[in-house]
Design a protein around this ligand. Structure first.
Ligand SMILES: [Zn+2]
Length: 328
């Protein structure tokens, strides 16, 4: 567990120990500068607690882990300021609280993550306080914040606190080099510009080469959805290079169609993201039900490639199915 977290070993070791020894707390406060990995750690913690793979919990590939990653798993609630609003409203906290008494949908826990917890209005903080004072056995709260001093002392004192330190340039570089995903020169430049925040460094890196490549694949897939059958085979060929590539692109596509789904349902994109031209094109092209059927097909593909299969053939089948869905 926690393999994907850069740095913060002391914290992740503590959390892993708590899981192993079944001494998980009911409330946590994760503090530290933006983009440093607090929310990611909260998500990984949830995965480790709820993962279907009990041999290596937090596997990242089972349907529970993937749904948590896409903030779509019923037992992991995440709230934060809504797009264009600078505070977490009492109604959002009340909605979270109203579900606390419901037993978890499948696992042993319900995890309630409040991202940007300092942005809770005083009323929202007060209504949360009561739930922290009388916790129900299966609920866990994780408050994620870059300004812990703006949170009521009475709330802070009920949480187990973990302060995330900025990473050194050496640590960040080492972590990115180990992943081997980016050019060394690009990593050094991004790390230098990121002020100890791996999230920022990753953002800078992603908006370079990888972003270009993914935009290209989205264009290809768009042509496929418009009926260009050749793309079934050309895409299947490049994406089936190896299992890691297939897995990564599947995760990307699933994430992508989830975002399209948000737009189709009239919700804003997460992390204050503005729809880009590709979002708008897919939004216009797809209908809600078809989009969801495509997500389901991608999940099935994800399950299939865990076995030793002919990747190219599986991708072709997957794309044929997606094309059929779109044709209706
Ligand atoms: Zn898992």
């Amino acid at each position: 567990m926690f393999e994907t977290i850069q740095g913060h070993q002391t914290i992740t070791k503590h959390l892993a120990n708590e899981i192993d020894s079944q001494q998980v707390s009911h409330a946590y406060l994760f503090s530290g500068i933006d983009g440093i990995g607090k929310k990611k750690t909260a998500r990984e913690f949830a995965k480790a607690l709820l993962c279907q793979d009990r041999e290596s919990p937090g596997c990242g590939h089972c349907s529970v882990c993937l749904q948590i990653e896409h903030e779509n798993y019923p037992d992991v609630k995440i709230i934060g300021p809504k797009a264009g609003v600078d505070s977490i409203k009492i109604s959002q906290v009340r909605e979270m609280i109203s579900e606390l008494a419901i037993k978890p949908y499948s696992g042993d826990w319900r995890i309630n993550i409040i991202d940007g917890a300092e942005k809770m209005t005083p009323e929202a903080q007060n209504s949360l306080l009561k739930s922290l004072e009388e916790p129900l056995s299966y609920n866990i709260f994780i408050l994620v914040t870059s300004h812990p001093q703006s949170i009521l002392p009475t709330i802070r004192s009920r949480c187990q606190s973990y302060h995330f330190q900025p990473l050194s340039m050496v640590e960040m570089e080492a972590a990115f080099f180990e992943q081997g995903e980016f050019e060394k020169q690009a990593v050094t430049e991004a790390v230098r510009a990121a002020g100890g925040s791996p999230g920022m460094a990753l953002y800078l890196l992603n908006n370079g080469e990888i972003q270009k490549e993914r935009t290209h694949y989205l264009r290809e897939l768009y042509s496929l959805l418009k009926g260009d059958e050749i793309k079934i085979f050309t895409l299947a060929e490049v994406l089936s290079k190896d299992k890691a590539t297939s897995q990564e692109m599947l995760e990307f596509f699933i994430h992508w169609f989830y975002e399209v789904n948000l737009l189709l349902e009239g919700h804003p994109l997460p992390q204050q993201g503005e729809p880009n031209p590709a979002h708008r094109a897919y939004h216009q092209l797809l209908e809600n039900e078809k989009n969801q059927a495509i997500i389901k097909t991608l999940f099935e593909m994800m399950a299939t490639i865990q076995y030793n299969v002919n990747l190219r053939l599986q991708w072709e089948k997957c794309f044929i199915k997606i094309m059929k869905i779109q044709k209706g």
